[in-house]
Design a protein around this ligand. Structure first.
Ligand code: AP5
Length: 213
């Protein structure tokens, strides 16, 4: 399976990616997670990405495309992958198409998580992210067993800088202006599947798997 998950910030891409990657036994490749790991490690890439991410803007394509192309050379991605947060504009979608042609492989599907903006605000304002492993939880919808502590690894939970209200508004604009056009791009290629991303997490996973089968 070679899949792309697309949807606005807070649609639940990261949450669903965990289930889909396990179900199809493919690696979950999130460009946002790779950037956050680099920020944590204080690498040059992390230092460059941080200012764009904190403002809710896209990291330049030249940087993101090179990083993604390199990630696809790892052996775990040889037989499939689930991309989360990439591509983010038509330029990246065209770049990915060229990379896949060079590798003589093709995408199987692009799954869009459809969700109204009011729901996104509720999800992002309550999201907490683990500083250690990057797992997401939510102060209302997915409460950790101990407040402020990650269920997954015991790490400290924090609010992402880009989950603050003023930045979320910009992320939604960036999504509408730059990312939404890739939906038509993949619809025209006959690859697009759309599911409703509102409801219970496990119900949405079931719909996602059914749509992909
Ligand atoms: P990235 O990390 O990709 O963020 P995003 O796309 O904005 O997506 P999110 O992680 O915010 O949301 P999600 O859809 O994964 O939702 P989640 O499952 O966590 O990118 C961050 C930044 O990195 C970008 O702004 C950009 O600067 C840069 N970047 C990344 N990729 C790039 C690229 N390709 N090009 C250029 N720049 C790039 O869920 C959200 C919350 O809701 C959680 O708290 C969760 O617990 C809760 N939740 C999930 N599902 C449900 C449900 N069904 N019901 C109730 N609550 C739910």
């Amino acid at each position: 399976m070679r899949l792309i998950l697309v949807g606005p910030p807070g649609a639940g891409k990261g949450t669903q990616a965990v289930f889909l990657a396990a179900h199809f036994a493919i690696p979950h490749i999130s460009t946002g997670d790779i950037f956050r790991l680099n920020i944590k490690g204080e690498t040059d890439l992390g230092k460059l990405a941080k200012s764009y991410m904190d403002a809710g803007n896209l990291v330049p394509d030249s940087v993101t495309n090179a990083m993604l192309e390199d990630r696809l050379t790892h052996t775990d991605a040889e037989n499939g992958f689930l991309l989360d947060g990439y591509p983010r504009n038509v330029g990246q979608a065209e770049f990915l198409a060229d990379v896949l042609v060079k590798k003589s492989i093709a995408l199987d599907a692009v799954l869009e998580l459809s969700i109204p903006h009011e729901e996104i605000i509720k999800r992002l304002s309550g999201r907490r992210t683990c500083r250690n492993c990057g797992a997401s939880s939510h102060v209302i919808f997915d409460k950790p067993n101990v407040e402020g502590v990650c269920d997954n690894c015991g790490g400290e939970l924090y609010q992402r800088e880009d989950d603050k209200e003023e930045v979320v508004a910009n992320r939604l604009n960036v999504y509408t202006e730059q990312t939404e056009p890739i939906i038509a791009f993949y619809r025209n290629l006959g690859l697009l599947k759309v599911i409703n991303a509102v409801g219970d997490v496990s119900e949405i996973s079931t719909h996602a798997i059914a749509a992909l089968k």
